[in-house]
Design a protein around this ligand. Structure first.
Ligand SMILES: CSC[C@@H](O)[C@@H](O)C(=O)COP(=O)(O)O
Length: 354
């Protein structure tokens, strides 16, 4: 029997605006904000009020569609030109997660055959809805596929938040844990806190508690010792962008976990929808790694922890090379090395060129 559990949702379309769970303020405040302009959406993505690759794509899609509802142009051509300009604006909010560009391109592409401005407005909104609905379905399927590799009762490690609030629902890396709860089963999830902005501690620990998943929080430098001494059976992480050869960009620290897992002979899984694959790039070397403000490193939750003039390096993501990845769990199935062929064969149809 399916049990009803609480799985939080981060992005919702409400008639003429976006209702967003403000992830900046979690876990202390569960506040929702209304985004009514394209600038609101841009700011929400830059400041991590909404974050996580699929959720960024969904928010951007609604943002573009929302803004287009208010256009007042004479011709369809002018309308499309403005869509293109605003698409580029939103696309400049964050550089690493490919879902952002994928979703925006899909919206623009949906206008190819429309014949009137009214039809264009409806089509954009419909497409944004579809992206969200499809993402929820893909995440559920990723969770089901992941459950064929992971066994309830196991201790599993994760980093960052690749959960329900980073997607339409369920998440990618966290989907099997939520689904297990729905089926009345339980995992024990070791959550890396994920410095600098603590998506693990603030978001994953909170989200998993909402649906009743057993969690233990560790600081990032405890990962190797914990994997070795706590019987960790697998590491599962999300992805911001997967190259054609399987190299995977994800939250900074992911590469380190993969190296540790390899050294300890623990399976290392990437869980991601087909929308996170970027087949325009052959390897992870071509992925732009976002560098964020030094203040994120100099401070922890608004408290300064180092001299203010300290030099800081703050890459938000790293790239895990394909040879460290045991399998990539997608909605279409589980991919194993050699990834080049597997990805080419299975991941092409959902793909919209960038
Ligand atoms: C399903 S979300 C996958 C990734 O986007 C996630 O693991 C991640 O790295 C998010 O980074 P963030 O900087 O919080 O947007």
């Amino acid at each position: 029997m399916v049990q009803t559990i609480r799985i939080p949702i981060s992005v919702e379309w409400k008639e003429d605006h976006i209702k967003l769970l403000n992830q900046q303020n979690l876990p202390h405040h569960t506040d929702y904000i209304n985004l009514t302009t394209i600038e609101d959406v841009y700011d929400a993505i830059v400041t991590l009020k909404v974050r996580g690759a699929p959720a960024i794509g969904i928010a951007a899609a609604y943002g573009l569609a929302m803004s287009a509802q208010k256009y007042d142009f004479e011709t369809l051509e002018q309308f499309k030109l403005k869509v293109n300009t605003e698409k580029s604006y939103l696309a400049s909010s964050r550089p690493t997660a490919v879902n952002l560009f994928w979703a925006l391109n899909r919206l623009e592409k949906s206008l190819e055959n429309v014949r009137s401005i009214n039809e264009a407005k409806t089509t954009l909104l419909h497409e944004a809805f579809q992206i969200q609905a499809e993402d929820e379905e893909m995440c559920r399927q990723i969770g089901e596929n992941a459950l064929t590799l992971l066994h309830p009762g196991d201790s599993v490690m994760t980093i960052c938040n690749a959960g329900s609030i980073a997607t339409a629902k369920y998440g990618t890396a966290l989907a099997p844990f939520h689904l297990a709860r729905e089926k009345g089963k339980q995992f024990h999830v070791y959550v890396c806190e994920t410095r600098p902005v603590l998506q693990g501690a603030r978001l994953t620990a909170w989200e998993l508690q909402q649906s009743g998943v057993e969690t233990t929080l560790i600081t990032d430098n405890m990962a190797a010792h914990t994997m070795k001494t706590k019987g960790i059976k697998a590491v599962i992480v999300g992805a911001d962008r997967i190259a054609a050869n399987g190299d995977t960009a994800n939250k900074i620290g992911t590469f380190g976990l993969a190296l540790i897992a390899k050294a300890l002979n623990i399976p290392f899984y990437v869980a991601a929808p087909s929308t996170s694959f970027d087949l325009t790039i052959n390897t992870g070397d071509e992925i732009t790694i976002e560098e964020r403000s030094p203040m994120e490193v100099l401070q922890i939750v608004n408290t300064t922890i180092a001299p203010e003039n300290t030099n800081v390096y703050n890459p938000a993501f790293d790239v895990t090379p394909n040879h460290l990845i045991t399998a990539i769990i997608t909605e279409k199935g589980i991919l194993y090395p050699d990834y080049v062929e597997q990805i080419r064969e299975n991941m092409c149809d959902k793909y919209i060129s960038l």
